[in-house]
Design a binder for this molecule. Structure first.
Ligand code: F0G
Length: 461
């Protein structure tokens, strides 16, 4: 065999059940878009052809997970599925205590309310929408301490999610360590383009924080994807299993908030995992008020079982190679076609750089929102704005935040779409790119108070 000849790889599963897709005509899509106020969150799923809005809760479960659903123990208290999940979390993530929650933001709510006091500061490697909001609602102020490279879509740094220790140190010097209850580290960093954090950086942050008595809380939502990048990019980890990398990552933290709807291959679920008994006790008190009893946290027994089994599947190397491989396939083809995307390609999504795609639009004309609308109009593909609309407003000045990154996220549900879907996507983005100079911006005509990107409405200028 010619050694230079490319050998294709394929998904490590076959399809057992299908869900038909519908494709509307362009005029119909135009009507749907107007009714949705040019906000892809407000489209009906039925009117979408390929849905790349999010990788959250949109995963296809395996036959083994579905079989597990049938073993759901729907007892109010002490469900056996809770104990299965507890054991899986202890084994794979390594934390001592588990508090299940209905999804990630349930865990964020609880940890923020317990640890953040009004007037304190919470550093993090770039904000995430729900995480920052819960920190602010608890009276904290979020401070971005991610490396500068993260804000530059073209920079090829392999670990653009890393924390900048100098920025963290500057904050500690300015406000004092006693005003910093914890640092949140997202692995991977969603808003930076699904960019990973290196093990070396996690270790360094841990050492620094230990010295200053600051807790480290991981946002472990896509931690197994992060482990894949450590395995493939960081020296010394090429032969280490994903499971071992994951455990080492978590060992540099005190707690983790988790949205199981991503890495863990389920449609709903999350948890808070902790090592400190006192914080765990408090979290167990709170979960009863806001989510449900501490052995179900707003989930059915069957959901906890699906999550426990999803975790076992998620740390499989074959799964993760195919998962990240699919995202990289699309990203590399778009780069070849000269389309501006965030580089390196991240774990869960390809991010179009809307500022470079539509340079004739100002940020207040919502370039990413506009581009997401155009892509739907062109082909029925749904994506998500991750720019000025998602960033929201500064609570002090009332003005928009103006994030450097103005992105459209093409997010890949796990085990859902085929390579042919990916090819249709690539062709559709190319078609929008060819017509880019004719695209006009949007104006916001309705703005909700919290997390405005979900429900805001727009009109064409
Ligand atoms: N942290 C990160 C990094 C996330 O990406 C999300 C959700 C959450 C926390 C909150 O978890 O949705 O289960 O409450 N991200 C979804 C997305 C919504 O589309 O990126 P949740």
């Amino acid at each position: 065999m010619n050694p230079s000849k490319r050998r294709s790889w394929a998904e490590p599963f076959k399809i057992k059940m299908v869900e038909p897709l519908k494709m509307l005509k362009r005029e119909e899509r135009q009507k749907c878009l107007e009714e949705a106020g040019y906000n892809t969150f407000l489209l009906r799923s039925e009117d979408v052809y390929i849905d790349l809005l999010t990788d959250s809760g949109t995963n296809a479960m395996s036959d083994w997970q579905w079989a597990g659903m049938m073993t759901g123990d729907e007892a109010y208290a002490g469900s056996k599925n809770y104990y299965n999940l507890e054991q899986a979390v202890q084994h794979y993530y390594g934390y001592k205590y588990l508090v299940p929650t209905h999804q990630g933001r349930g865990a964020e709510h609880i940890i923020s309310q317990i640890l953040i006091k009004p007037g304190t500061f919470v550093p993090g490697n770039m904000y995430f929408t729900t995480t920052r909001l819960h920190q602010e609602l608890a009276g904290g102020t979020f401070v971005d301490v991610i490396v500068d490279e993260a804000h530059d879509p073209a920079n090829l740094h392999p670990f653009k999610g890393n924390v900048d220790l100098n920025k963290l140190d500057a904050l500690v010097k300015k406000v004092g360590a006693d005003k910093i209850p914890y640092i949140t580290i997202g692995v991977t960093v969603n808003m930076a383009g699904g960019q990973p954090v290196s093990m070396a950086n996690l270790k360094e942050v841990r050492a620094y924080c230990q010295k200053h008595g600051i807790r480290v809380v991981l946002d472990a939502t896509r931690a197994i994807e992060n482990a894949h990048f450590i395995r493939t990019r960081e020296k010394g980890y090429g032969n280490t299993s994903l499971a071992a990398i994951l455990r080492e990552m978590c060992s540099y933290s005190d707690a983790a908030t988790m949205s199981g709807k991503k890495d863990l291959l389920v449609n709903i679920g999350g948890f808070l995992a902790l090592n400190e008994w006192d914080v765990f006790e408090e979290a167990r008190n709170m979960v009863v008020v806001y989510e449900g009893l501490h052995t179900y946290g707003g989930l059915a027994g069957r959901d906890m079982e699906a999550m426990a089994r999803g975790l076992v599947e998620a740390v499989s190397e074959d799964h993760m190679r195919a998962r990240v491989g699919q995202v990289e396939y699309v990203g590399e083809k778009l780069i070849e076609a000269g389309i501006p995307v965030v580089r390196p390609i991240g774990g869960h999504a390809v991010f179009l750089d809307a500022k470079a795609f539509l340079p004739h639009l100002k940020q207040v004309q919502f370039p990413a929102q506009t581009l997401a609308a155009e892509l739907y109009l062109e082909s029925g593909i749904r994506s998500m704005e991750r720019g000025i609309v998602s960033a929201g407003r500064n609570k002090e000045t009332g003005d928009h935040y103006y994030p450097k990154l103005e992105l459209v996220r093409l997010t890949f549900p796990r085990r859902v779409y085929t390579q042919a879907h990916c090819d249709v996507l690539i062709e559709s983005v190319e078609a929008v790119y060819e017509n880019r100079t004719k695209i006009k911006g949007l104006k916001m005509v309705y703005e909700p108070k919290y997390l405005r990107f979900f429900q805001a409405r727009f009109e064409r200028e």
